[in-house]
Design a protein around this ligand. Structure first.
Ligand SMILES: [Zn+2]
Length: 198
């Protein structure tokens, strides 16, 4: 199978992990940064492209055994107060969402059973059954909202790492920020328009 190329309309930024200097600018709105936020990524999990995305150097398959997959990569990213990304509270919210969704799903199944019974016997539908089904819909909508990427994640995307976890591939939505990043890291960063997927 020949390697597939994936093209990007917005150029990605590739940079050497250990030497990155983030501009003192918020990646979301571009205003001067007032605080730092910690971004933790685990290469080898979800965000890691196991394929070699490097257009210059295609890593042989064998080298994959050397991937340090359990290592965490941390970036301290300057950000404005308003777009400070609070990882922990978000996780708590998401967990709560999942638990309440589960309970709600059970109750909704019961509600449907009752609904089936009342329709069968031509009885009026109990109020709580309607309420339960409506609540389920609302909960689902809230969950969708909770799992949507926040403004920071949408502006500061981490697309992947190379096989040796030496370089990281960023996707910066804000053009001003991308330019500032390139100015800040002239020696170790480059713009990339396509990657190779194997
Ligand atoms: Zn901001």
């Amino acid at each position: 199978m020949s390697p597939k190329k994936k093209y990007f309309k917005t150029p990605l930024v590739r940079a050497e992990i250990g030497r990155i200097r983030f501009p003192k600018m918020c990646p979301v709105c571009g205003s001067p940064a007032t605080t730092d936020t910690l971004v933790t990524v685990t290469p080898g999990r979800k965000q890691y492209l196991s394929a070699s995305w490097d257009p210059v150097y295609i890593v042989p398959r064998l080298r994959r055994t050397f991937i340090r997959s359990h290592e965490m990569v941390r970036f301290s990213v300057p950000v404005c107060d308003y777009h400070n990304y609070l990882d922990e509270t978000e996780w708590r919210y998401k967990t709560l969402c999942l638990i309440s969704d589960g309970l709600c799903a059970v109750a909704t199944v019961l509600a449907y059973l009752v609904l089936g019974g009342t329709l069968w016997h031509n009885e009026p539908i109990p109020f709580w059954v309607v309420g339960m089904i409506m609540m389920f819909v609302v909960f689902m909508a809230l969950t969708r909202l909770a799992f949507r990427p926040n403004p920071f994640q949408r502006s500061f995307g981490i697309v992947g790492f190379d096989a040796g976890v030496q370089n990281v591939l960023f996707k910066f939505k804000n053009k001003k920020y991308r330019q500032a990043f390139m100015r800040e890291n002239p020696m170790i960063a480059e713009l990339i328009n396509w990657i190779v997927l194997s």
